[in-house]
Design a protein around this ligand. Structure first.
Ligand code: ADP
Ligand code: GLC
Length: 477
Protein backbone atom coordinates (compact mmCIF):
# COMPACT_ATOMS: atom_id res chain seq x y z
CA UNK A 1 0.00 0.00 0.00
CA UNK A 2 1.31 3.43 -0.95
CA UNK A 3 0.73 6.63 0.99
CA UNK A 4 -0.08 9.36 -1.50
CA UNK A 5 -0.52 13.09 -0.93
CA UNK A 6 -2.58 14.38 -3.88
CA UNK A 7 -2.22 18.16 -4.15
CA UNK A 8 -4.67 20.12 -6.28
CA UNK A 9 -6.27 23.56 -6.41
CA UNK A 10 -9.77 22.19 -7.15
CA UNK A 11 -11.72 18.93 -6.77
CA UNK A 12 -15.30 18.12 -7.67
CA UNK A 13 -17.79 18.31 -5.96
CA UNK A 14 -16.03 20.57 -3.43
CA UNK A 15 -14.97 23.24 -5.94
CA UNK A 16 -14.73 23.22 -9.73
CA UNK A 17 -13.75 25.48 -12.60
CA UNK A 18 -12.99 22.76 -15.15
CA UNK A 19 -11.70 19.28 -15.84
CA UNK A 20 -8.91 19.47 -13.25
CA UNK A 21 -11.64 19.29 -10.61
CA UNK A 22 -13.27 16.27 -12.24
CA UNK A 23 -9.92 14.44 -12.22
CA UNK A 24 -8.91 15.52 -8.69
CA UNK A 25 -12.31 14.42 -7.39
CA UNK A 26 -12.35 11.04 -9.09
CA UNK A 27 -8.76 9.75 -9.39
CA UNK A 28 -8.18 9.84 -5.58
CA UNK A 29 -11.45 7.91 -5.17
CA UNK A 30 -10.29 5.30 -7.67
CA UNK A 31 -6.88 4.99 -5.97
CA UNK A 32 -8.61 4.67 -2.62
CA UNK A 33 -10.66 1.83 -4.04
CA UNK A 34 -7.38 0.19 -5.10
CA UNK A 35 -6.57 0.15 -1.36
CA UNK A 36 -4.07 2.99 -1.41
CA UNK A 37 -3.88 5.47 1.44
CA UNK A 38 -4.59 8.77 -0.26
CA UNK A 39 -5.01 12.24 1.21
CA UNK A 40 -6.21 15.12 -0.92
CA UNK A 41 -4.86 18.60 -0.13
CA UNK A 42 -6.88 21.68 -1.16
CA UNK A 43 -7.05 25.34 -0.15
CA UNK A 44 -9.94 26.09 2.22
CA UNK A 45 -11.91 28.31 -0.17
CA UNK A 46 -15.08 29.94 1.09
CA UNK A 47 -17.13 28.36 -1.68
CA UNK A 48 -16.40 24.69 -0.87
CA UNK A 49 -19.50 22.47 -1.09
CA UNK A 50 -18.80 20.56 2.11
CA UNK A 51 -21.09 17.73 3.15
CA UNK A 52 -19.04 16.02 5.86
CA UNK A 53 -17.99 17.43 9.24
CA UNK A 54 -14.84 19.54 9.28
CA UNK A 55 -12.44 19.50 12.21
CA UNK A 56 -9.18 21.20 13.08
CA UNK A 57 -6.13 18.89 12.89
CA UNK A 58 -3.17 21.13 13.56
CA UNK A 59 -1.67 24.60 13.21
CA UNK A 60 1.73 25.23 11.65
CA UNK A 61 3.78 28.34 11.06
CA UNK A 62 4.73 29.09 7.48
CA UNK A 63 5.97 32.52 6.28
CA UNK A 64 5.48 33.73 9.86
CA UNK A 65 1.76 33.04 9.60
CA UNK A 66 -0.39 30.58 11.51
CA UNK A 67 -1.89 28.12 9.04
CA UNK A 68 -4.56 25.70 10.17
CA UNK A 69 -4.99 22.28 8.61
CA UNK A 70 -8.61 21.16 8.69
CA UNK A 71 -9.83 17.66 7.93
CA UNK A 72 -12.98 16.50 6.16
CA UNK A 73 -13.98 13.90 3.54
CA UNK A 74 -14.54 14.11 -0.17
CA UNK A 75 -18.36 13.83 -0.46
CA UNK A 76 -19.63 10.29 -1.17
CA UNK A 77 -16.25 8.71 -0.55
CA UNK A 78 -13.77 7.65 2.10
CA UNK A 79 -11.06 9.97 0.79
CA UNK A 80 -9.62 12.16 3.56
CA UNK A 81 -9.32 15.82 2.54
CA UNK A 82 -6.97 18.23 4.28
CA UNK A 83 -7.77 21.90 3.82
CA UNK A 84 -5.15 24.62 4.02
CA UNK A 85 -6.93 27.28 6.06
CA UNK A 86 -5.57 30.81 5.77
CA UNK A 87 -8.58 33.16 5.60
CA UNK A 88 -6.67 36.17 4.25
CA UNK A 89 -5.89 34.18 1.08
CA UNK A 90 -8.79 31.81 0.61
CA UNK A 91 -11.84 32.93 2.57
CA UNK A 92 -13.64 35.05 -0.02
CA UNK A 93 -16.44 34.44 -2.51
CA UNK A 94 -15.91 33.71 -6.18
CA UNK A 95 -13.63 31.84 -8.52
CA UNK A 96 -10.39 30.43 -7.06
CA UNK A 97 -8.16 32.13 -9.64
CA UNK A 98 -9.93 35.15 -11.16
CA UNK A 99 -12.20 38.04 -10.22
CA UNK A 100 -15.62 38.46 -11.82
CA UNK A 101 -14.04 40.36 -14.75
CA UNK A 102 -11.81 37.37 -15.52
CA UNK A 103 -8.63 39.04 -14.21
CA UNK A 104 -6.25 36.97 -12.09
CA UNK A 105 -6.41 37.80 -8.35
CA UNK A 106 -3.57 40.24 -7.58
CA UNK A 107 -2.05 37.92 -4.95
CA UNK A 108 -2.18 34.57 -6.75
CA UNK A 109 1.60 34.12 -6.46
CA UNK A 110 1.41 34.63 -2.68
CA UNK A 111 -1.68 32.43 -2.33
CA UNK A 112 -0.40 29.43 -4.23
CA UNK A 113 3.22 29.63 -3.07
CA UNK A 114 1.89 29.48 0.49
CA UNK A 115 -0.24 26.49 -0.50
CA UNK A 116 2.89 24.80 -1.92
CA UNK A 117 4.94 25.52 1.20
CA UNK A 118 2.27 24.00 3.41
CA UNK A 119 2.10 20.93 1.14
CA UNK A 120 5.87 20.58 1.51
CA UNK A 121 5.66 20.72 5.32
CA UNK A 122 2.97 18.02 5.28
CA UNK A 123 5.00 15.92 2.81
CA UNK A 124 8.01 16.07 5.16
CA UNK A 125 5.83 15.12 8.13
CA UNK A 126 6.57 18.40 9.88
CA UNK A 127 2.92 19.34 10.30
CA UNK A 128 2.09 17.23 13.38
CA UNK A 129 -0.16 14.97 11.27
CA UNK A 130 2.04 11.91 11.90
CA UNK A 131 1.74 10.76 8.32
CA UNK A 132 4.53 10.83 5.76
CA UNK A 133 3.59 10.09 2.17
CA UNK A 134 5.64 7.86 -0.15
CA UNK A 135 4.43 9.88 -3.14
CA UNK A 136 3.43 13.52 -3.57
CA UNK A 137 1.32 13.94 -6.70
CA UNK A 138 0.94 17.59 -7.81
CA UNK A 139 -1.28 19.02 -10.53
CA UNK A 140 -0.82 22.12 -12.70
CA UNK A 141 1.00 25.33 -11.77
CA UNK A 142 -0.85 26.00 -8.53
CA UNK A 143 0.94 23.08 -6.84
CA UNK A 144 4.06 22.95 -9.05
CA UNK A 145 6.43 24.53 -6.53
CA UNK A 146 6.12 21.46 -4.31
CA UNK A 147 8.53 19.23 -6.30
CA UNK A 148 11.00 22.14 -6.41
CA UNK A 149 10.85 22.73 -2.65
CA UNK A 150 11.05 19.00 -1.91
CA UNK A 151 14.14 18.70 -4.14
CA UNK A 152 16.06 20.54 -1.39
CA UNK A 153 15.04 18.06 1.31
CA UNK A 154 16.78 14.89 2.42
CA UNK A 155 14.78 11.70 2.83
CA UNK A 156 11.89 13.14 0.85
CA UNK A 157 8.93 11.41 -0.81
CA UNK A 158 9.00 10.81 -4.59
CA UNK A 159 7.18 13.40 -6.68
CA UNK A 160 4.85 13.18 -9.68
CA UNK A 161 3.73 16.28 -11.55
CA UNK A 162 0.72 16.10 -13.87
CA UNK A 163 0.28 18.73 -16.56
CA UNK A 164 -3.41 19.27 -17.30
CA UNK A 165 -2.84 22.33 -19.44
CA UNK A 166 0.44 23.91 -20.66
CA UNK A 167 -1.36 27.16 -21.46
CA UNK A 168 -1.52 28.08 -17.77
CA UNK A 169 1.99 28.34 -16.35
CA UNK A 170 1.82 30.60 -13.30
CA UNK A 171 4.21 33.28 -14.60
CA UNK A 172 4.99 36.27 -12.35
CA UNK A 173 7.49 39.14 -12.37
CA UNK A 174 10.98 38.27 -11.07
CA UNK A 175 10.60 40.67 -8.09
CA UNK A 176 7.99 38.33 -6.67
CA UNK A 177 10.66 35.72 -6.11
CA UNK A 178 12.23 37.55 -3.17
CA UNK A 179 8.92 38.74 -1.80
CA UNK A 180 7.76 35.15 -1.65
CA UNK A 181 10.84 34.19 0.29
CA UNK A 182 11.62 31.22 -1.93
CA UNK A 183 15.02 29.45 -1.66
CA UNK A 184 17.80 31.22 -3.59
CA UNK A 185 19.20 27.94 -4.92
CA UNK A 186 16.12 27.47 -7.13
CA UNK A 187 16.47 30.81 -8.93
CA UNK A 188 18.36 30.17 -12.18
CA UNK A 189 17.46 29.43 -15.83
CA UNK A 190 17.59 25.68 -15.18
CA UNK A 191 15.35 26.20 -12.15
CA UNK A 192 12.31 28.41 -11.59
CA UNK A 193 13.43 31.29 -13.80
CA UNK A 194 11.83 31.54 -17.23
CA UNK A 195 13.21 34.38 -19.36
CA UNK A 196 13.46 36.66 -16.35
CA UNK A 197 10.08 35.66 -14.93
CA UNK A 198 9.16 33.37 -12.06
CA UNK A 199 7.54 30.25 -13.52
CA UNK A 200 5.58 28.05 -11.14
CA UNK A 201 5.07 25.28 -13.72
CA UNK A 202 8.84 24.86 -14.10
CA UNK A 203 8.92 23.72 -10.49
CA UNK A 204 7.07 20.60 -11.60
CA UNK A 205 8.70 20.15 -14.99
CA UNK A 206 12.29 20.62 -13.77
CA UNK A 207 12.17 18.96 -10.36
CA UNK A 208 9.51 16.21 -10.34
CA UNK A 209 10.75 12.63 -10.43
CA UNK A 210 8.16 11.89 -13.09
CA UNK A 211 5.97 14.12 -15.26
CA UNK A 212 2.69 12.96 -16.69
CA UNK A 213 0.16 14.64 -18.87
CA UNK A 214 -3.41 13.63 -19.48
CA UNK A 215 -3.16 11.87 -22.85
CA UNK A 216 -0.37 10.17 -24.83
CA UNK A 217 -0.85 12.46 -27.84
CA UNK A 218 -0.60 15.62 -25.70
CA UNK A 219 2.60 14.21 -24.14
CA UNK A 220 4.11 14.31 -27.65
CA UNK A 221 2.48 17.61 -28.67
CA UNK A 222 3.93 19.57 -25.73
CA UNK A 223 7.41 18.69 -26.97
CA UNK A 224 6.75 20.89 -30.04
CA UNK A 225 6.76 24.70 -30.30
CA UNK A 226 3.06 24.78 -31.23
CA UNK A 227 1.95 23.37 -27.89
CA UNK A 228 4.94 23.79 -25.53
CA UNK A 229 4.72 27.58 -24.85
CA UNK A 230 8.51 27.85 -24.72
CA UNK A 231 9.01 24.77 -22.55
CA UNK A 232 9.05 22.29 -25.47
CA UNK A 233 12.86 21.94 -25.36
CA UNK A 234 12.89 21.22 -21.64
CA UNK A 235 10.01 18.77 -22.00
CA UNK A 236 11.77 17.01 -24.85
CA UNK A 237 14.90 16.78 -22.72
CA UNK A 238 12.72 15.19 -20.01
CA UNK A 239 11.00 12.74 -22.35
CA UNK A 240 12.50 9.76 -20.54
CA UNK A 241 10.42 10.64 -17.44
CA UNK A 242 7.41 12.06 -19.31
CA UNK A 243 4.35 9.94 -20.11
CA UNK A 244 0.70 10.37 -21.03
CA UNK A 245 -2.06 8.69 -19.02
CA UNK A 246 -5.54 9.27 -20.34
CA UNK A 247 -8.09 10.60 -17.82
CA UNK A 248 -10.86 8.36 -16.57
CA UNK A 249 -14.34 9.57 -15.61
CA UNK A 250 -16.46 9.23 -12.49
CA UNK A 251 -18.93 6.63 -13.71
CA UNK A 252 -21.24 7.22 -10.72
CA UNK A 253 -21.69 10.91 -11.47
CA UNK A 254 -21.83 10.53 -15.26
CA UNK A 255 -24.23 7.65 -15.68
CA UNK A 256 -27.39 7.87 -17.84
CA UNK A 257 -28.91 5.04 -15.80
CA UNK A 258 -28.87 7.00 -12.53
CA UNK A 259 -28.08 10.67 -13.34
CA UNK A 260 -30.12 12.85 -10.94
CA UNK A 261 -30.07 15.81 -13.34
CA UNK A 262 -31.77 14.25 -16.36
CA UNK A 263 -35.45 13.80 -17.23
CA UNK A 264 -35.41 10.06 -18.01
CA UNK A 265 -32.84 7.37 -17.26
CA UNK A 266 -31.76 5.11 -20.13
CA UNK A 267 -29.09 2.69 -21.28
CA UNK A 268 -28.03 1.16 -24.58
CA UNK A 269 -30.91 -1.34 -24.49
CA UNK A 270 -33.61 1.34 -24.28
CA UNK A 271 -32.06 4.19 -26.23
CA UNK A 272 -35.52 5.44 -27.24
CA UNK A 273 -35.74 6.88 -23.69
CA UNK A 274 -32.91 9.26 -24.58
CA UNK A 275 -35.50 11.11 -26.70
CA UNK A 276 -37.41 12.07 -23.56
CA UNK A 277 -34.33 14.02 -22.47
CA UNK A 278 -34.16 15.69 -25.88
CA UNK A 279 -37.77 16.84 -25.51
CA UNK A 280 -37.13 18.04 -21.94
CA UNK A 281 -34.10 20.00 -23.12
CA UNK A 282 -35.96 21.60 -26.03
CA UNK A 283 -38.81 22.55 -23.69
CA UNK A 284 -36.52 23.93 -21.00
CA UNK A 285 -34.62 26.06 -23.51
CA UNK A 286 -37.75 27.17 -25.44
CA UNK A 287 -36.67 25.54 -28.69
CA UNK A 288 -39.29 23.96 -30.98
CA UNK A 289 -39.91 20.41 -29.74
CA UNK A 290 -39.10 18.03 -32.57
CA UNK A 291 -37.42 14.68 -32.11
CA UNK A 292 -36.47 14.43 -35.77
CA UNK A 293 -34.36 17.56 -35.89
CA UNK A 294 -30.76 16.87 -34.86
CA UNK A 295 -29.67 18.88 -31.80
CA UNK A 296 -26.00 19.82 -31.43
CA UNK A 297 -24.59 20.75 -28.01
CA UNK A 298 -21.62 22.55 -26.49
CA UNK A 299 -20.68 22.76 -22.80
CA UNK A 300 -17.43 24.61 -22.45
CA UNK A 301 -15.25 27.25 -20.97
CA UNK A 302 -15.46 30.04 -23.54
CA UNK A 303 -11.74 30.24 -24.23
CA UNK A 304 -9.54 30.35 -27.31
CA UNK A 305 -8.42 26.77 -26.56
CA UNK A 306 -11.91 25.42 -27.15
CA UNK A 307 -12.24 26.64 -30.76
CA UNK A 308 -15.20 28.89 -29.93
CA UNK A 309 -14.06 31.18 -32.76
CA UNK A 310 -14.49 28.27 -35.21
CA UNK A 311 -18.06 27.89 -34.02
CA UNK A 312 -18.70 31.63 -34.38
CA UNK A 313 -17.15 31.67 -37.86
CA UNK A 314 -19.27 28.75 -39.01
CA UNK A 315 -22.56 29.95 -37.49
CA UNK A 316 -24.07 31.66 -40.56
CA UNK A 317 -23.71 28.41 -42.56
CA UNK A 318 -24.47 26.20 -39.60
CA UNK A 319 -27.75 27.91 -38.85
CA UNK A 320 -28.93 27.58 -42.43
CA UNK A 321 -28.86 23.79 -41.94
CA UNK A 322 -31.75 21.76 -40.49
CA UNK A 323 -30.52 21.53 -36.90
CA UNK A 324 -30.69 23.14 -33.46
CA UNK A 325 -27.71 24.30 -31.43
CA UNK A 326 -27.51 24.45 -27.64
CA UNK A 327 -24.60 26.27 -26.00
CA UNK A 328 -23.72 26.42 -22.29
CA UNK A 329 -20.54 28.24 -21.36
CA UNK A 330 -18.80 31.02 -19.58
CA UNK A 331 -15.46 32.72 -19.90
CA UNK A 332 -14.18 35.42 -22.24
CA UNK A 333 -16.57 38.35 -22.29
CA UNK A 334 -16.09 38.91 -26.03
CA UNK A 335 -17.21 35.34 -26.80
CA UNK A 336 -20.12 35.69 -24.35
CA UNK A 337 -21.18 38.91 -25.99
CA UNK A 338 -21.01 37.59 -29.57
CA UNK A 339 -22.95 34.46 -28.65
CA UNK A 340 -25.61 36.44 -26.83
CA UNK A 341 -26.25 38.60 -29.89
CA UNK A 342 -27.08 35.50 -31.91
CA UNK A 343 -30.05 34.43 -29.84
CA UNK A 344 -32.08 37.39 -31.07
CA UNK A 345 -31.29 36.53 -34.69
CA UNK A 346 -32.12 32.81 -34.59
CA UNK A 347 -34.43 32.20 -31.58
CA UNK A 348 -35.83 28.97 -33.02
CA UNK A 349 -32.48 27.40 -33.80
CA UNK A 350 -30.05 28.35 -31.11
CA UNK A 351 -30.08 28.57 -27.34
CA UNK A 352 -27.20 30.21 -25.48
CA UNK A 353 -26.87 29.97 -21.70
CA UNK A 354 -24.04 32.02 -20.27
CA UNK A 355 -22.92 30.78 -16.87
CA UNK A 356 -21.91 27.67 -15.04
CA UNK A 357 -24.75 25.17 -14.62
CA UNK A 358 -23.97 21.63 -13.54
CA UNK A 359 -27.54 20.29 -13.95
CA UNK A 360 -27.93 21.76 -17.45
CA UNK A 361 -24.54 20.30 -18.44
CA UNK A 362 -25.86 16.82 -17.59
CA UNK A 363 -29.19 17.37 -19.39
CA UNK A 364 -27.32 18.58 -22.49
CA UNK A 365 -25.17 15.43 -22.52
CA UNK A 366 -28.32 13.31 -22.27
CA UNK A 367 -30.56 15.38 -24.54
CA UNK A 368 -28.48 16.34 -27.58
CA UNK A 369 -27.65 14.07 -30.52
CA UNK A 370 -24.19 15.47 -31.27
CA UNK A 371 -21.60 17.14 -29.02
CA UNK A 372 -19.17 19.66 -30.52
CA UNK A 373 -15.53 19.96 -29.40
CA UNK A 374 -13.59 21.79 -32.11
CA UNK A 375 -10.67 22.50 -29.72
CA UNK A 376 -7.48 24.13 -30.99
CA UNK A 377 -5.71 22.01 -28.40
CA UNK A 378 -7.07 19.64 -25.79
CA UNK A 379 -4.82 17.94 -23.23
CA UNK A 380 -7.48 15.29 -22.61
CA UNK A 381 -11.03 16.64 -22.64
CA UNK A 382 -13.77 15.02 -20.61
CA UNK A 383 -17.00 15.95 -22.37
CA UNK A 384 -16.26 13.70 -25.34
CA UNK A 385 -15.98 10.84 -22.80
CA UNK A 386 -19.21 11.82 -21.04
CA UNK A 387 -20.90 12.12 -24.45
CA UNK A 388 -19.95 8.60 -25.46
CA UNK A 389 -21.34 7.21 -22.22
CA UNK A 390 -24.60 9.07 -22.92
CA UNK A 391 -24.90 7.79 -26.52
CA UNK A 392 -24.24 11.32 -27.81
CA UNK A 393 -21.94 11.40 -30.83
CA UNK A 394 -18.90 13.70 -30.44
CA UNK A 395 -17.50 15.80 -33.27
CA UNK A 396 -13.91 16.59 -32.33
CA UNK A 397 -10.81 18.18 -33.74
CA UNK A 398 -8.06 15.57 -33.96
CA UNK A 399 -5.74 16.87 -31.25
CA UNK A 400 -4.51 15.73 -27.80
CA UNK A 401 -6.90 13.54 -25.86
CA UNK A 402 -9.62 14.02 -28.48
CA UNK A 403 -7.43 12.19 -31.00
CA UNK A 404 -6.79 9.43 -28.45
CA UNK A 405 -10.40 8.77 -27.46
CA UNK A 406 -12.48 9.11 -30.64
CA UNK A 407 -12.43 6.77 -33.62
CA UNK A 408 -13.61 8.56 -36.74
CA UNK A 409 -16.71 7.15 -38.47
CA UNK A 410 -15.33 5.95 -41.80
CA UNK A 411 -16.66 3.07 -43.92
CA UNK A 412 -14.24 0.59 -42.32
CA UNK A 413 -14.81 1.67 -38.68
CA UNK A 414 -18.58 1.73 -39.23
CA UNK A 415 -18.38 -1.73 -40.74
CA UNK A 416 -16.41 -3.24 -37.85
CA UNK A 417 -18.29 -1.28 -35.15
CA UNK A 418 -15.30 0.62 -33.81
CA UNK A 419 -16.44 4.11 -34.88
CA UNK A 420 -17.30 6.42 -31.95
CA UNK A 421 -17.52 9.91 -33.44
CA UNK A 422 -16.44 12.27 -36.15
CA UNK A 423 -12.96 13.78 -36.23
CA UNK A 424 -11.59 16.59 -38.40
CA UNK A 425 -8.06 17.92 -38.83
CA UNK A 426 -7.84 21.59 -39.71
CA UNK A 427 -8.69 24.33 -37.23
CA UNK A 428 -11.02 26.28 -39.51
CA UNK A 429 -14.74 26.76 -40.03
CA UNK A 430 -14.81 24.87 -43.34
CA UNK A 431 -13.42 21.69 -41.82
CA UNK A 432 -15.82 21.96 -38.90
CA UNK A 433 -18.77 22.46 -41.29
CA UNK A 434 -17.65 19.45 -43.32
CA UNK A 435 -17.67 17.32 -40.16
CA UNK A 436 -21.12 18.63 -39.22
CA UNK A 437 -22.43 17.70 -42.69
CA UNK A 438 -21.04 14.19 -42.24
CA UNK A 439 -22.88 13.97 -38.92
CA UNK A 440 -26.15 15.10 -40.53
CA UNK A 441 -25.90 12.39 -43.20
CA UNK A 442 -25.24 9.70 -40.59
CA UNK A 443 -28.01 11.00 -38.32
CA UNK A 444 -30.57 10.32 -41.01
CA UNK A 445 -29.23 6.77 -41.61
CA UNK A 446 -31.03 5.45 -38.55
CA UNK A 447 -29.28 2.07 -38.39
CA UNK A 448 -25.80 3.52 -38.72
CA UNK A 449 -26.60 6.14 -36.08
CA UNK A 450 -27.88 3.55 -33.59
CA UNK A 451 -24.80 1.41 -34.19
CA UNK A 452 -22.58 4.44 -33.59
CA UNK A 453 -24.40 5.19 -30.33
CA UNK A 454 -23.99 1.60 -29.19
CA UNK A 455 -20.27 1.60 -30.03
CA UNK A 456 -19.89 4.69 -27.86
CA UNK A 457 -21.87 3.25 -24.97
CA UNK A 458 -19.89 0.01 -25.06
CA UNK A 459 -16.66 1.87 -24.27
CA UNK A 460 -15.20 1.75 -20.77
CA UNK A 461 -13.83 5.13 -19.68
CA UNK A 462 -13.87 4.36 -15.95
CA UNK A 463 -10.68 4.97 -13.95
CA UNK A 464 -10.00 1.22 -13.77
CA UNK A 465 -7.17 1.21 -16.32
CA UNK A 466 -5.74 4.68 -15.77
CA UNK A 467 -5.68 4.51 -11.97
CA UNK A 468 -3.75 1.25 -12.34
CA UNK A 469 -1.26 3.05 -14.60
CA UNK A 470 -0.72 5.75 -11.95
CA UNK A 471 -0.26 3.05 -9.35
CA UNK A 472 2.36 1.25 -11.48
CA UNK A 473 4.14 4.58 -11.85
CA UNK A 474 4.08 5.19 -8.07
CA UNK A 475 5.47 1.69 -7.55
CA UNK A 476 8.31 2.28 -10.02
CA UNK A 477 9.29 5.45 -8.19
P1 ADP B 1 -11.35 22.04 -19.37
O1 ADP B 1 -10.86 21.50 -18.09
O2 ADP B 1 -10.27 22.44 -20.31
O3 ADP B 1 -12.35 23.13 -19.20
P2 ADP B 1 -12.59 19.41 -19.77
O4 ADP B 1 -13.32 18.85 -20.92
O5 ADP B 1 -11.49 18.59 -19.22
O6 ADP B 1 -12.12 20.87 -20.15
O7 ADP B 1 -13.58 19.59 -18.54
C1 ADP B 1 -14.55 20.57 -18.46
C2 ADP B 1 -15.51 20.22 -17.33
O8 ADP B 1 -16.19 21.40 -16.93
C3 ADP B 1 -16.57 19.22 -17.74
O9 ADP B 1 -16.97 18.49 -16.60
C4 ADP B 1 -17.70 20.15 -18.22
O10 ADP B 1 -18.95 19.52 -18.18
C5 ADP B 1 -17.59 21.26 -17.22
N1 ADP B 1 -18.07 22.56 -17.69
C6 ADP B 1 -17.45 23.42 -18.52
N2 ADP B 1 -18.17 24.54 -18.69
C7 ADP B 1 -19.30 24.38 -17.96
C8 ADP B 1 -20.46 25.19 -17.72
N3 ADP B 1 -20.58 26.39 -18.27
N4 ADP B 1 -21.41 24.71 -16.89
C9 ADP B 1 -21.28 23.48 -16.33
N5 ADP B 1 -20.23 22.68 -16.52
C10 ADP B 1 -19.24 23.12 -17.31
C1 GLC C 1 -7.40 20.73 -18.50
C2 GLC C 1 -7.51 20.46 -19.98
C3 GLC C 1 -8.49 19.36 -20.33
C4 GLC C 1 -8.35 18.18 -19.38
C5 GLC C 1 -8.46 18.65 -17.94
C6 GLC C 1 -8.33 17.52 -16.93
O1 GLC C 1 -8.28 21.66 -18.03
O2 GLC C 1 -7.83 21.62 -20.70
O3 GLC C 1 -8.27 18.93 -21.65
O4 GLC C 1 -9.34 17.21 -19.65
O5 GLC C 1 -7.45 19.57 -17.67
O6 GLC C 1 -7.12 16.83 -17.06
Amino acid sequence: MKKILFVSSEAHPLIKTGGLADVSGSLPKALNELSQSIHLLLPNYQGLNLTDPVHHRCTIRVNNCDIHILETRLPNSDVVVWLVDYPAFFDFAGNPYNDSQGNAWHNNAERFSLFCKVATEIAMDRAYLHWKPDIVHCNDWQSALVPALLSLEEDRPSTVFTIHNMAYQGLFPAEKYQELNLPKQLWHPDGLEFYGMLSFIKGGVVYADHITTVSPTYALEIQTSEFGYGLEGLLHHKQYILSGIINGIDTDIWNPESDEHIAQHYNKENLENKTINKTALQQQLSLPVDENIPVFGIVSRLAEQKGIDLILDSLPDLLSMPLQLVILGSGHHSFEHRLHNLIALYPNKISVTIGYDEALAHLIEAGVDVFLMPSRFEPCGLNQLYSQRYGTIPIVRKTGGLADTIIDALPQSLEDNTATGIAFHDANADSLLEAIKRALVLFHQKDNWKALQRNCMNKDFSWKNSAQQYLSLYNEL
